[in-house]
Ligand binder design. Structure first.
Ligand code: ATP
Ligand code: MG
Length: 321
């Protein structure tokens, strides 16, 4: 845990939260540097949404301290609200209003004048590719359009800090990529972002740092690269045609090569990917040992998540049903 400093936009220390007898957060501490994105990962029910709600003043907590832009969430909730935007797991969009009306209404709620609320709504409709749909009721929007409107609504007051709770869950791959682009634009503008997601690739693609929470505490933190290097190294997997070539290759590569499965495949741990792969291939080629197929396996954030929590992601569970 790095020491909190003046560059931190969010500082959480010893956060504890129970719903009656259910203790969800036991001791959660982390900080987010201004202008960076932290991804908060954890299995279903780990307390990600709970954390986001506490940080955005929507939920009281039992113990610890939370500050956002230097404001204390417990005692300066109004100030905190003035510097944050929130896109929640359940959208805050009014179905009966049009996209434009939703934006203007939220702008008025943030005490913008009618004119500036309208101007800001136009800007956001443009930015989130909703100009054509602007004057249709939100209930006619597709899932992706709704999420974009939801994010746009949370940005009406151009907050320096934004909380995104599963912003792309349920979106098709194209809408997800469009959403990532919008999020990247926010990052380019220097917005501080706390993101939760069940798509680990999303955290991998977007976040500067990642923390994993489980059983009420932070069980890992670091960059995607750091977390991946903890679960294991890259591996080269070589598949051979038959027992004979497999045995020859094994003899040639020695102890470094471990046999995997029963399909004539050897797995070799590699360090400096290019050089090691080249060396191995040269060795085999010199002895004229033919390789049927080869693949380099790098640990993914999914591997990290599985090895840390022993749990599968929601998406995978759903697929198995
Ligand atoms: N209002 C509530 N009252 C009682 N228990 C709650 C309440 N809200 C959440 N919980 C419980 O607190 C735990 C954490 O919930 P939370 O929604 O924060 O998890 P999460 O990490 O966001 O999960 P998911 O990945 O499914 O979104 C869960 O066990 C949940 O059932
Ligand atoms: Mg949640």
């Amino acid at each position: 845990m790095s020491e909190p400093d003046a560059n931190d936009a969010i500082v959480v220390k010893g956060l504890r939260k129970s719903y009656k007898k259910l203790e969800v957060l036991k001791d959660v501490s982390f900080s987010v540097k201004r202008g960076t994105m932290l991804a908060l990962l954890g299995p279903n029910g780990a307390g990600k949404s709970t954390t986001v709600k506490i940080l955005s003043t929507l939920l009281p907590f039992n113990d610890g301290s939370v500050s956002v832009e230097g404001y204390d969430v417990a005692t300066e909730a109004d100030k905190v609200r003035s510097v944050i935007g929130l896109t929640g797991q359940s959208a805050a969009v009014d179905e009966l209003l049009t996209g434009r009306e939703n934006l203007v209404m939220m702008g008025r709620l943030y005490r913008l004048t009618k004119e500036s609320a309208k101007a800001r709504a136009d800007e956001l409709l443009e930015e989130f590719d909703l100009v054509k749909a602007a004057d249709r009721p939100a209930k006619t929007y597709s899932g992706g359009m709704r999420r974009r409107l939801d994010l746009a609504v949370s940005l009406i007051a151009a907050p320096p800090i934004i909380f995104l709770d599963e912003p792309t869950t349920g979106l098709d791959p194209r809408s997800r990529i469009a959403m990532w682009e919008s999020i990247r634009r926010l990052m380019e503008r220097g917005t501080t972002i706390l993101l939760t997601t069940q798509y680990l690739e999303e955290a991998d693609q977007l976040a500067d740092r990642i923390i994993v929470i489980d059983n009420g505490g932070v069980i890992a933190e670091g960059t995607a690269k750091e977390l991946k290097s903890k679960v294991g190294k890259d591996r080269l997997e070589l598949t051979f045609k038959n027992d004979k070539t497999l045995a020859l290759a094994k003899a040639e590569l020695g102890k470094a090569a471990a046999e995997v499965d029963n399909d004539h495949t050897l797995s070799v741990v590699i360090d400096d990917t290019n050089k090691d792969v080249k060396d191995i291939l040269e060795k085999l080629s010199k002895k004229k040992i033919a390789i049927e197929s080869l693949a380099v396996h790098k640990p993914t954030l999914d591997d990290v998540f599985l090895s840390l929590t022993g749990k599968k992601k929601q998406a995978e569970k759903a697929e198995e049903k």
